[in-house]
Design a binder for this molecule. Structure first.
Ligand code: FAD
Length: 329
């Protein structure tokens, strides 16, 4: 539909849209209302759930284009991109938005190349100015912010998670559901074996409501187990500062900050993290911030709601024990 702001659905492979979709749909709704259009969801999946479709409507999608086919799993760009490109050419949406996730990062870049369209990747702000979309995104490892606009539609952008205001759920708002016919190309790759990476059983960093994070103060990779024990008890994800990531203690996908993930959990617990500006850029919107540091002058205490001046090797096990007791675990 002309004037449509499409949001590609990021799901959990179990038929449910991820939390980040509330942010993407919320922003698309805000912009579409200024541009005289509407937010719509486009969902490529091997299995959608009824609840998932309903959820998209409640987050603001007026129409859901549902493409359900076993061939969409696992994700393969060579199957998804031609299908999406065909749909864009048929429907001429004004904008196509994705989230900055592993899958959609690749998908949107390939889609832009296929369509010959402009893509603003990793946008942290979007606005309609003089009837046109403009995007702000960090460049040069976050040292500068670049403002870009598009020469023609469709406007393609990926939105950084935990930056945009999530849509407020509108209970009972049912979207129009359409199942367009598309041509599925043959897959060049097939799945041989699937190994789950999340052996820890902890939630995903960008989606977690509680995040326990460790920095250089942990002194070595072996000590992250202390934070994992606490995280298991309180259902938290474990993140890290860049110092811990650069030292090779945690993979980069766990880095919080300007050049890592942006998170906005209900509770952030930082252990042995000084609170450098680049780290704060990735977690300062957390609802409640608690810092544990042995240095009372550590800058993180300036933005913390609660601070514990102490040795993390003493404090973390005590907190774990106390939460176990309180939560009856
Ligand atoms: C362009 C650019 C981008 C960057 N991007 C990021 C980013 O995305 N994320 C990020 O995190 N950083 C980023 N940085 C790096 C940032 O500037 C800091 O160097 C980094 O965040 C420091 O990590 P840290 O707090 O773990 O280490 P430190 O600053 O060394 O702090 C360690 C803290 O641990 C405390 N401590 C030590 N032992 C204990 C103990 N036993 N108990 C309790 N506390 C203890 C110390 O008092 C200290 O405050 C970036 C830098 C640049 C230039």
């Amino acid at each position: 539909m002309a004037g449509a702001f499409w949001c590609l659905v990021e799901d959990d492979w179990q038929g449910n849209p991820k939390k980040v979709m509330a942010e993407v749909l919320g922003e698309a709704t805000r912009l579409a209302s200024q541009a005289g259009g509407q937010a719509e969801a486009v969902w490529l999946t091997d299995k959608a759930s009824e609840g998932g479709v309903k959820q998209l409507g409640e987050w603001g999608a007026k129409r859901v284009l549902l493409l359900e086919n076993g061939e969409f799993a696992p994700y393969r760009g060579e199957v998804w991109v031609p299908v999406l490109a065909e749909l864009v050419q048929k429907e001429s949406p004004q904008a196509v938005f994705g989230a900055v996730t592993t899958r959609q990062r690749e998908l949107m870049a390939r889609l832009a190349a296929r369509l010959g369209a402009g893509l603003s990747a990793d946008a942290t702000a979007l606005a309609i100015e003089d009837g046109k979309l403009s995007a702000t995104r960090p460049v040069y490892a976050g040292k500068l912010l670049a403002k870009t606009t598009w020469a023609k539609t469709p406007w393609l952008a990926t939105l950084r998670p935990n930056v945009f205001k999530p849509a407020e759920s509108q209970p009972g708002a049912g979207p129009i559901v359409e199942k367009p016919a598309v041509t599925l190309p043959a897959a060049a790759m097939s799945l041989v074996e699937r190994r789950e990476d999340s052996a820890t059983g902890l939630p995903e960093l960008a989606e977690a409501e509680i995040v326990v994070s460790g920095g250089r103060g942990l002194k070595g990779p072996e000590n992250f187990v202390i934070l994992e024990s606490l995280a298991k008890v309180i259902g938290a994800a474990v993140g890290a500062s860049r110092a811990a990531v650069d030292a090779g203690w945690r993979p980069h996908r766990f880095q919080i900050g300007q050049t890592g993930r942006t998170i906005s959990p209900k509770l952030y617990l930082g252990f042995g993290i000084s609170g450098a500006i680049q780290h704060l850029a990735g977690m300062r919107t957390s609802k409640v911030i608690c810092a544990i540091n042995k240095d009372p002058e550590a800058p993180i205490f300036k933005i913390a709601d609660y601070g514990i001046v102490g040795d993390l090797f003493e404090v973390a096990p005590l907190l774990t024990q106390e939460f176990k007791h309180l939560l009856d675990k």
